[in-house]
Design a protein around this ligand. Structure first.
Ligand SMILES: CCCCCCCCCC(=O)SCCNC(=O)CCNC(=O)[C@H](O)C(C)(C)COP(=O)(O)OP(=O)(O)OC[C@H]1O[C@@H](n2cnc3c(N)ncnc32)[C@H](O)[C@@H]1OP(=O)(O)O
Length: 202
């Protein structure tokens, strides 16, 4: 069996296509009428050109999330809706994990994440905090666990169009229970705080 289910060039092409889809999702909310038609046409042409000649995808880089085979031989694609370069819903995080602490940067987030005008949807604030707290718990324990509780406090609206910082810390481990807390910041402003419980599988 090959080490990967597709060539590196095809993985790069898939991530390029995901980038086009992300821009299209944003463009559909930014443009109307003839401007929208021109925008869609230009993005489609870029994808068609890449499909016709993948060598035009410069600079030739390594894919971030190439599919792999599981131990049982199934194709595994990273589907994570926050971190996967292949999932067009994912805003993508740059994350640093150290011991009991994770610090991630995300954004600037575009219009498809909007709740109140110009602000991030509150449910999505929870998604970002859930992911980063889950990540720090995984990093600390070395295995996956389930979010059991996640309590959010919204301190101030989260702006779209600005880079955000999401921080998570493990605060206590008690048998199968791991407690963690964190916050989401825009600049120096703490916009939301979270604390929760992660339960390891039996
Ligand atoms: C591989 C890569 C994947 C990347 C994914 C990123 C994911 C991001 C995070 C997520 O989205 S996770 C998905 C959302 N979460 C879920 O779907 C979890 C749904 N809930 C469950 O499946 C079960 O409720 C759960 C597995 C969490 C717990 O069920 P159990 O039957 O194993 O728990 P149990 O009732 O035995 O409780 C375990 C311990 O927690 C304690 N506990 C439970 N609820 C509590 C509570 N609310 N407060 C305090 N303690 C609590 C409970 O008393 C007990 O304590 P002890 O071990 O000391 O006896």
């Amino acid at each position: 069996m090959d080490a990967t289910p597709e060539t590196t060039a095809d993985s790069v092409l898939a991530e390029f296509a995901a980038g086009i889809c992300r821009r299209m999702a944003e463009g559909l909310l930014e443009h109307t009428g003839g401007e929208l038609r021109s925008f869609l046409s230009a993005e489609s042409a870029r994808l068609q050109a890449a499909l016709a000649d993948p060598a035009t995808l410069e600079p030739a880089e390594q894919p971030h999330d190439p599919p792999r085979f599981s131990r049982k031989g199934h194709v595994v694609i990273n589907t994570n809706p926050v971190t996967s370069h292949r999932n067009v819903l994912a805003p993508l995080l740059t994350e640093k994990l150290e011991d009991d602490r994770a610090v991630a940067t995300v954004g600037p987030l575009p219009r498809q994440y909007q709740g109140p005008r110009g602000m991030l949807h509150g449910g999505y604030v929870g998604v970002l905090l859930d992911q980063v707290l889950w990540d720090v718990v995984f990093h600390r324990l070395g295995h996956a666990s389930f979010t059991r509780t996640l309590n959010l406090t919204y301190e101030s609206p989260v702006p779209l169009g600005e880079e955000l910082t999401v921080e998570g810390r493990v605060t206590k481990i008690d048998g199968r229970k791991t407690f963690a807390e964190g916050e989401l910041r825009s600049g120096d402003t703490v916009c939301a705080r979270a604390e929760g419980l992660w339960v390891s599988p039996r």
